[in-house]
Design a protein around this ligand. Sequence first.
Ligand SMILES: [Zn+2]
Length: 524
Amino acid sequence: MLYVLIIVIVVVAIIFLIRGLKPANQSLERKAITKTENPVILLIIDSLMDEPLKQAIKKGRAPALKYLIEQGRYYPNMISSYPTMSVTIDSSLLTGTYSDKHRVPGLVWYDEKEKRLVNYGSAKEEVFKLGIKQVVKDNLYHLNHSHLSRDVKTIHEKLAEKGLESASINALVYRGNEKKTLNLSKVLSKLDIMPESFQIETPLLFSYGALAQFSPTNNQNTQLWERYGFNDKFTAQELKYLIQNGKLPAFTIAYFPDLDKNVHEKGPINHIDSIEKTDKQIQEVLNAYESWDEAVQSAIWIVMGDSGQAKVGKDKTKSLIQLNEILDSHYKIHKITEPVKDDDQIVIGYNERMAFIYNLDPNITLEEIAGHLQQDERMNLIAWKSGADVHAAANGHKEKLTFRPNGDYKDPYGQSWWLHGDYSVLDLSVNNRQIEYGTYPDALARLHSSLHSHSGNYIIVDAKPGFEFAGEGTPVHPGGAAHGSIHEQDSLIPMIVTGTETKPEHMRVVDLYPWIMNLPSLAD
Ligand SMILES: [Zn+2]
């Protein structure tokens, strides 16, 4: 999330320099919001994890989250999507599908048809190397309007079809049924730095940092040090405004981005201070009601993280896996500052602790590339497909595991599989053809979906906890933490639910959609 926001922040900064500090207000006066009994409010706290949350509560540092847990139910281990990167997870949450259906493969991936790396905004170094205009287009337009598949409907689109209204505050994935113009800058478009405007499709109520907001008095988005509105305070103020003005629609999704940055810096355990800060903003939201009791009585609250994070070792020479250096002696690797050339053999899409490695040369096999990678002790899983089969290999395992959907083996999520080889590669235990997952939750479906999320001849690699992948200008977090992989440390997230006794069929992000759509105020 952090890096995706940086690009939006850079764009807004440049626009503000030119047009002055006038945030784009959308008038709510013209919008008649139908008041819904028991509206659903979904708060996403980026990188919220079970263990640190429990500690913060124990130390009395998270009273709002503690209150919500006491008034409802707490699910400590919900399974995220894969790769565990915000854009892919949000797409799963909003569409109820994995990336083989929603088609947002990760933060960075290679578009085979356009022969270019798509990047929704990783570290600014990488963004500048790829070219800011392209990243702005990918982030502000393509993500929601051309990459997120039109074959799936978001919660916002589905609710609009039912005649129900919804709101999105600071969420990166938001597609809805309302046509809007997102105005950027005439001057910058003349200089060919970015397009002048985008036609976008949003929910009825759409708040997006300094580019769109509800509250005329919310000024948490005019300063660079406040990241132009992509902060917890802005999100809380916008939500508060909807509540206090009786504008809360049937469904609201509100994104709290600050914690992610702090977990990246401080690591997966020592960030209780940051949970306390985010909790203060949730308190602000609850205080918009006459009492907290009234808050939980008048709405259904869902509070959740989106991914976990795993530690990255301090010593850069060990903790950063330089994929281009490993592969450099065997193949010609694409340079990020240049277009993909005819003689380039390998393109790499870095997603922190996960990476896509694309093979452009028909004379090389994926198995051969996987063989080179498997030698490195810091490498965890390596997976690729051939025909309907998915192969998974791992460092320290001689044999590989091969699987495909539809077979005699069943997993806890009602999915059936054909399996062959070393089950321990994916830490599966198999008894009477019943599969149980270990360190890699829902590994078969999640790996399979990622290998079918976009076209191309590619390998997926995951780093072991303690390590992350690094390329030219990619974001790195030595001494801190990162996510992206399928490992449980990156994949398990907590969820708090108040105001309903029902729960999703399975504790996976991908199972939230049908459950949310069936909550009393949103059901048919
Ligand atoms: Zn992050």
